[in-house]
Design a protein around this ligand. Sequence first.
Ligand SMILES: C[S@@+](CC[C@H](N)C(=O)[O-])C[C@H]1O[C@@H](n2cnc3c(N)ncnc32)[C@H](O)[C@@H]1O
Length: 250
Amino acid sequence: MSKKEWFDDDSFWVDQYAEMFSDKRFADAVQQAEQLIKLVKPQEREVLDLGCGPGRFAIPLAQKGFQVTGVDRTAFLLDKGRIRAEAAHVEVDWVQEDMREFVRPAAFDLIISMLTSFGYFEDRRDDLRVLSNMLTNLKSGGTCVIDLKGKECVARTLQPTTAEVRNDGTIVVHRCHVADDWTRVCNELIVMREGQPRRTFKFDSTVYSGQELRDRLESAGFSEVQLYGSLSGDPYGLDAERLIAVARKI
Ligand SMILES: C[S@@+](CC[C@H](N)C(=O)[O-])C[C@H]1O[C@@H](n2cnc3c(N)ncnc32)[C@H](O)[C@@H]1O
């Protein structure tokens, strides 16, 4: 049994749902799912969405005819996904499980980890364990895709303190710093809603440079690692806003 970490606090996902999974983010994922398919050209149709949340990618991929399994630890988000999948008349196999534990050997042609769903664990060996599970869960010739904010982009854009007023009037102050010799990004969100007590959420994640992510994937046994700055295949260059790693199991 792993020790409790920030992502085990369901109230974080509930509180941040409207912002993190806005209509715009859902709409963007429809287009991004198409780009993803063009980028990796999966051989067959079994897809695992790891840390699937409410199915931003799982549902459009299922609409395209893929057999999608969505794995996530957060029951609240999986329930949101079930409701949306039903409304979209598609089936997704929703599984509530920790990504460190989920193993279905050689079951998938494509495994995706989107919107920085990788790197949360305090113990870096857990990230390797997730990569090792991914390798096990892929069929030979299968592909994994990891979408993160890379360290190069964090270095370019990090602001120690920002504040915003969200559409519903909520005021959010976001404080952020790097720690552990530039390996972790530590965040604090202070959320103020009219008539409600102030809430503070802390969340951290390991921040990977392109080279570090490539090294981790290769040490886990992946081959042909390629890095991109977007799902449409832009190079991972100075202006990249995302770090997309595509790796094969041979
Ligand atoms: C930023 S959200 C991204 C969701 C989805 N990939 C997307 O693109 O919309 C991160 C997701 O990872 C899930 N998650 C966090 N820790 C997890 C763990 N240890 N095992 C499985 N899922 C986890 C959260 O519940 C959440 O749904």
